[in-house]
Design a protein around this ligand. Structure first.
Ligand SMILES: *[C@@H]1O[C@H](CO)[C@@H](O)[C@H](O)[C@H]1NC(C)=O
Ligand SMILES: *[C@@H]1O[C@H](CO)[C@@H](O)[C@H](O)[C@H]1NC(C)=O
Ligand SMILES: *[C@@H]1O[C@H](CO)[C@@H](O)[C@H](O)[C@H]1NC(C)=O
Length: 305
């Protein structure tokens, strides 16, 4: 009798845990306008963001700019998370900003209903999230255009969703070695964060950095939503080689992997899916080929649309 109920209990547990994980996560990566458009090259995604997510077991769908609200809503219900990459477009007015706002609003709504939909912003994407949350442009100029830095973790980092699964040794390396690559001229100053009620109540600061003058926020997670941002570039360590300041040490590569694994594990928590296998196949990034651009760009490979 005891054994039987134990077995029932166990099978419930097993059933329950498998029911909670989506083992076919698909994540959207947002495109953005190219600086100087050419025929068939009006928007792009750097391939390193795609590889970053693929390395942790997700498939990728490009989220094109300039789509209708209806198209974005359909896509939102088809994918399991979205990543806003770094780049150089306006966070106040661009195709990137418009799509980012639509998905951000849909994610907030969905998460309020218990539909767990994660959003990640890297560099420009982080700045975009700060703008969307605060409704204001609050960035300060910093001298951080090409420098790898160690993270200064806050007390909140250890218990955070993002970092709690990281090995202690990697946390130690992250805090003592320059493993996080910064390529930005604008930053969210800690002082600005501390005096902005919207940002303060929405985001928990997990790490900060300084350029010597201005202390800035470098990693955040939202308190009540699976929304994450890094001012630095977790994807570059493993996948970009064009700049001498991109770190490639074993701990740098593990940083890429653990960040990717974390975000993909967040995307496994909902079961959004395409209406049909055909719709899914047509949407996947596999329909596009990256171009080798390492000779003239900061990115080794780029998808153009
Ligand atoms: C642009 O793409 C279309 C459709 O893929 C193709 O037919 C055309 O040749 C391309 N144009 C250029 C300039 O590459
Ligand atoms: C997006 O729309 C804007 C404004 O209509 C246009 O200038 C731009 O070329 C479009 N870009 C793409 C990639 O479709
Ligand atoms: C900017 O930072 C670099 C080090 O990353 C330093 O060499 C340079 O002098 C700084 N420039 C200014 C204007 O502070």
């Amino acid at each position: 009798m005891t054994l039987l109920s134990f077995c029932i209990f166990l099978s419930c547990l097993l059933f329950d845990s498998s029911a909670k994980t989506n083992d076919r996560p698909i994540i959207g990566v947002l495109a953005q306008e190219v600086y100087s458009p050419k025929p068939n090259q009006s928007s792009y995604i750097a391939a390193s963001y795609v590889k970053f997510l693929e390395s942790a077991g997700a498939r990728v769908v490009p989220v094109m700019i300039n789509q209708t609200l209806e198209e974005y809503k359909t896509l939102f219900n088809s994918i399991n998370g979205i990543l806003y990459p770094g780049g150089g477009v306006s966070i106040i007015s661009s195709g990137y900003e418009r799509a980012a706002k639509i998905f951000y609003d849909l994610a907030i709504e969905a998460n309020k209903r218990g539909d767990y939909f994660p959003v990640w912003g890297t560099c420009l994407g982080f700045e975009q999230l700060a703008y969307l949350t605060s409704g204001e442009s609050l960035l300060s100029h910093t001298n951080t255009s090409g420098v790898a830095l160690p993270l200064t973790f806050t007390n909140e980092a250890k218990g955070s969703r993002m970092f709690k699964g990281f090995p202690a040794e990697l946390m130690k390396d992250l805090s003592s070695e320059p493993l996080t690559e910064n390529s930005h001229k604008w930053s969210l100053a800690v002082l600005t964060y501390n005096t902005n009620e919207q940002l303060k109540k929405f985001y928990k600061v997990l790490s900060t950095n300084t350029d010597g003058d201005t202390e800035f926020v470098s990693t955040v997670e939202a308190y009540d939503y699976p929304i994450y941002g890094t001012q630095w570039h977790p994807e570059k360590n493993a996948f970009e080689w064009t700049r001498p300041y991109i770190p490639h040490s074993p701990s740098a590569i593990r940083t890429t992997f653990y960040m990717a694994d974390f975000f993909v594990s967040e995307a496994r928590k909902n079961f959004h899916r395409f209406e049909s296998e055909e719709d899914e196949s047509k949407a996947l990034i596999y329909n596009h080929s990256p171009v080798y651009t390492g000779m003239q760009s900061a990115f080794e490979q780029i998808y153009y649309f």
